[in-house]
Design a protein around this ligand. Structure first.
Ligand code: BJW
Ligand code: ZN
Length: 259
């Protein structure tokens, strides 16, 4: 086992309060494309503002709707990977563990994570572009070329995600910020750390004394400020980290003398 994994496992074992921040990279090994991979990314050769902004939706709602419906259909065919499972298990071994994700998929929940904050919404929920009322999408509307109309105001239905230029859900962001300031360890996995305000979380944690551990295939602005950078695929690094925590776990025999 390498030194970084061992140090990170020790930090996590000793911590009472851990916050975990995830991004698209944790779902990559499930077969969900990331956004900024130059070849396979969802934004590769495309302008993110055409696909993920209110202006883009107004300009070409069929393009945006089709892009989201295609992604939603693909999500129905994938499963959580060992990285998601390791994070769900970590929640059970740390006294206070919260996961804050930028991902709009539900793979963390499907792996068993319970305390999950979605900063950028959910691709499987819908609401009206104008009046904001929630909307239950009918199966046939998933394959339609255009979004349905809102029964309350007549505007178009959109996915309940956070686009560029839109505010993040206030309560969720406030809770993430509070937890970042209280955390003893911030475990970051699979994010490029380029989209704000989520990308500020590691700075909030670090300036409040947390140890920052970053798991990523590549160097990012977060790995540069991290105390421990574990370079590799999260589907391998996170299970290794969990296994390494066994080294520091109290064993029953440790209590024999006391009882
Ligand atoms: C692996 C791996 C493996 C791969 N293992 N690792 C401050 C400065 C500059 C700009 C701004 C600023 N504050 C705000 C802004 C503007 C803007 C912004 O941040 N722009 C930047 C791009 C510069 N932010 C906003 O507009 C936000 N709103 C806001 O600030 O509102 C303020 C406001 C106030 C008052 C009134 C009005 C507004 C909203 C941001 C919303 C972002 N939404 C998206 C789309 C969601 C819906 C959808 O899914 O379509 O969220 S954009 C997209 O990026 C998505 C992601 O959640 C987000 C982050 O991406 P992520 O997860 O990091 O993925 P990638 O692809 O970037 O990286 C993957 C990483 O994984 C890589 O590092 C790989 O190496 C790694 N990896 N495989 C481990 N197996
Ligand atoms: Zn409406």
């Amino acid at each position: 086992m390498d030194h970084g994994t061992r140090r990170a496992a020790k930090m996590l074992s000793d911590a009472r309060t851990v916050l975990c921040l995830t991004g698209a990279g944790v779902s990559a090994e499930s077969g969900v494309p990331t956004f900024r991979d130059a070849q396979t990314g969802l934004y590769a050769n495309r302008d993110p503002m055409d696909l993920a902004s209110p202006g883009g939706f107004r300009r070409d709602r069929a393009l945006v709707w089709g892009w989201y419906m295609e992604r939603l259909a693909r999500l129905g065919e994938v499963e959580p990977n060992p990285g998601h499972h390791a994070l769900a298990e970590l929640e059970t071994s740390v006294p206070r563990f919260t996961l804050v994700t930028q991902n709009v998929d539900d793979l963390h929940e499907r792996a068993g994570s319970i305390d999950v904050i979605h900063l950028h919404g959910s691709i499987a929920r819908f609401r009206c572009f104008d009046c904001g009322h929630p909307y239950e999408l009918r199966p046939e509307e998933r394959t339609a070329p255009e979004p349905p109309y809102c029964p309350d105001c007549g505007d178009f239905i959109r996915p309940d995600v956070v686009w560029f230029g839109e505010e993040l859900p206030g309560e969720h962001l406030a809770r993430a910020r509070q937890l970042a300031m209280e955390a003893q360890v911030l475990l970051v996995a699979g994010t490029s750390g380029t989209v704000f305000p989520a990308a500020e979380i590691p700075y909030w944690a670090k300036t409040n004394g947390a140890t920052v551990i970053d798991v990523n295939l590549e160097v990012t602005p977060i790995s540069r400020i991290a105390d421990i950078f574990l370079r590799g695929p999260s589907g391998e690094v996170l299970p290794d980290l969990l296994a390494a925590m066994e080294l520091f776990a109290p064993h029953e025999s440790d209590y024999d003398d006391e009882h």
